[in-house]
Design a protein around this ligand. Sequence first.
Ligand SMILES: Nc1ncnc2c1ncn2[C@@H]1O[C@H](COP(=O)(O)OP(=O)(O)O)[C@@H](O)[C@H]1O
Ligand SMILES: [Mg+2]
Length: 327
Amino acid sequence: MAYERTVEAVKNVLSNSYKDGAVKIAIKNIKGGVAKSVTTATFGRLLAYYGFKVLVIDSDPQGTLTSSYGANVNSDKYSDEKYNASEINENEYNIGDVIFGYCDIREAIVNLPDLELDLIKGDLTLIKHTDLIDTVKYYSKDKILNYFSEIGISLNQEDEEKLISQEYRNMIQEVLEPVEKDYDFILFDMSPYYSSLNENVLCISDFVIVPAIMDKSSQEGYNFLIEKLDEVKDINPNIDILGILPTLYRSSTNLHKLYLESLEEEVEEYIFEPIPMNTKVSEANSYEKTIFDISKGNKAARAYEKNTRLLVNNIMKFNNSEVRFPI
Ligand SMILES: Nc1ncnc2c1ncn2[C@@H]1O[C@H](COP(=O)(O)OP(=O)(O)O)[C@@H](O)[C@H]1O
Ligand SMILES: [Mg+2]
């Protein structure tokens, strides 16, 4: 492939700059419906297509990203009265199951051979896991133990101590460690709200990409996100915004143009090329495929392709490397 040598050079930079060579990117906006999941799915797919080793983690209980890759989301899992490891089928674990020790991270990773990437699925039980992390975050030891026994989880002494002493914002870090060396990119799709699970993801990410619709609501969301990132920097001082990605963009809509212009003037962060609004994208989504797999020539697919190269180039810039994909 034409990009082979650049890909090798990029991998080299990544392996020198990031822990075990994996760069971790959170795709986050406080707003829903701004194409976070479509963006994560498409960037993940394209990075893999270019030849990078990619793990995509769906940390949103809605599981939108999971189904957009054609992977099924198990809804029965949530309805189980008592939720425990023995009732979860293989290939149906999520990142919360890994955090709380129901499985090893390798058991939660599903390989998608057609897309040439790996996925950790998301499902509704991530709501329960978020509650558990909140419990660790807000309550005393006795309350934590009571909470666990009430929901039918019995912890052994070792787990108990680990959980209580654990800094609630570092819970994902430890479980990811064994597999980081297997990947060049680890991408996180995230829910819009600001949960302790999201906070965990931000505390271990190297970069954030912010998909945003060019209107008032998205700008408010952006300001809120900046505030939250400042808090995260206590724990993870190295986190950077890799860029803002204008999504669902209509160049014929004056409002979109005006907001894009004002964003370009007001923020210092990088602004990616807008992704045009195009019905084929939502069509692709309903076929459980990415736009790139449905129609490579489509304008939105081409914009995502170009932005994937810009994404990598921006990471190279952050690392003072001269390596670049041709744009
Ligand atoms: N470029 C686009 N053109 C048209 N529809 C899009 C585009 N990007 C996303 N969509 C649609 O917008 C909706 C929200 O996208 P989604 O990725 O689920 O947002 P979020 O994860 O931020 O909630 C979905 O129905 C999706 O198919
Ligand atoms: Mg989503």
